[in-house]
Design a protein around this ligand. Structure first.
Ligand SMILES: C[S@@+](CC[C@H](N)C(=O)[O-])C[C@H]1O[C@@H](n2cnc3c(N)ncnc32)[C@H](O)[C@@H]1O
Ligand code: SF4
Ligand code: SF4
Length: 310
């Protein structure tokens, strides 16, 4: 079990936004049971990095602060991603929990377009970011680093510069992280014609990854946080994937898969914590990894993933 160094866990599939590219509506709408959450973290004693987020808005889980506090005791690095709408409600607790990095999702700095893409208020998000930044200053805390998460659409590429300007204005420090539109079947099958046209080519994705690296060198980024993110963000298009070899994803239903992009298909899940012993799930994971290593082929589960070089 020591090879699992990264755990991603989904607190909820519920949300108060309605992003055009999101697939959470295809999932059962539910919160993870907090006892199950704690059980998973107890089982995986030696996790380096816990990332609390799946589909859904993590801050909507009624016990989210207790989850962060519990996870803080169990991992060296603790991170999350939020739509930012509830930062105003939780800014003190989030700083006090000593989360290492909070990613805040944004695709545009234009309020109207933000509402069209995300179905929520950019003003509320900005207000929340300002409150976290101010409270960090007032309490003399360096954490959490606050970064932006940008889903890349063809139509928002020209926004990256404006997003980095907003990052500077807001005195953020967690870097800008970009995410191409997910292309595993569960996501792709949900896209309308407009979104299918918005998917970038591999060449465009690689070019943008480099551009974003440049942007990150030109803004203030907490270096410690950046290093901790390397696992969560595997390089684009590789013949291997660190999430496959070192990660585990636990869905709010208790099902377990290699990573958060694997949500459908006959072999999507390694097991179900409500029905299987944790040790059996880990054994299943090990068996599959051995099979992939021997075949040298892309695992069925990862087919069409934008991270995997076919
Ligand atoms: C699923 S959301 C959950 C956390 C939170 N609700 C939020 O939006 O930040 C996590 C990240 O995935 C991104 N995302 C959602 N659907 C996506 C898709 N189809 N392709 C790429 N990124 C996606 C979101 O923009 C967000 O940055
Ligand atoms: S805020 Fe996050 S979970 Fe909610 S609809 Fe948007 S991407 Fe999906
Ligand atoms: S689906 Fe993609 S990101 Fe997930 S484990 Fe497979 S290759 Fe890695």
């Amino acid at each position: 079990m020591k090879d699992i160094t990264y755990l991603q866990i989904e607190p909820t599939t519920k949300c108060n936004f309605a992003c055009i590219f999101c697939c959470r509506n295809k999932l059962e709408q539910r919160d993870m049971n907090i006892d199950l959450f704690k059980q998973v973290l107890e089982e995986l004693q030696q996790i380096h990095h816990i990332h609390i987020q799946g589909e859904g808005e993590p801050l909507l889980h009624p016990d989210i602060i207790e989850m962060f506090q519990f996870a803080r005791q169990k991992a060296y690095v603790l991170t999350t991603i939020t739509n930012g709408s509830l930062l105003s409600k939780y800014y003190k607790a989030l700083v006090d929990c000593e989360i290492d990095r909070i990613g805040i999702s944004i695709e545009t700095v234009d309020k109207e377009r933000f509402r069209k893409i995300r179905g929520g208020s950019l003003d509320a998000v900005i207000k929340g970011i300002k409150q976290v930044v101010q409270y960090k200053k007032d309490s003399g805390k360096l954490k959490p680093a606050l970064g932006f998460e940008v889903a890349l659409l063809k139509d928002n590429l020209s926004e990256l510069k404006r997003i980095s300007d907003l990052y500077r204005d807001l005195e953020m420090d967690g870097g800008i992280s970009v995410q191409p539109l997910n292309t595993t079947p569960f996501y792709f099958d949900n896209y309308d014609d407009y979104l299918k046209e918005q998917i970038l080519t591999d060449t465009e994705n690689l070019y943008l990854a480099k551009e974003v690296e440049k942007i990150n060198r030109s803004i203030t980024v907490n270096e410690l946080v950046n290093r901790s993110l390397s696992l969560r963000q595997p390089a684009m298009k590789e013949k291997d994937c660190p999430l496959l070899s070192s990660g585990l994803f636990v869905h709010s239903t208790g099902k377990v898969s290699f990573c958060c992009l694997i949500k459908s298909g006959e072999n999507a899940f390694l097991g179900d914590l409500y029905h299987d012993q944790f040790s059996n799930i880990i054994n299943e994971r090990f068996k599959r990894l051995k099979k992939f290593a021997l075949s040298g082929r892309c695992p069925e589960e990862c087919k069409n993933c934008m991270r995997w070089q076919q």
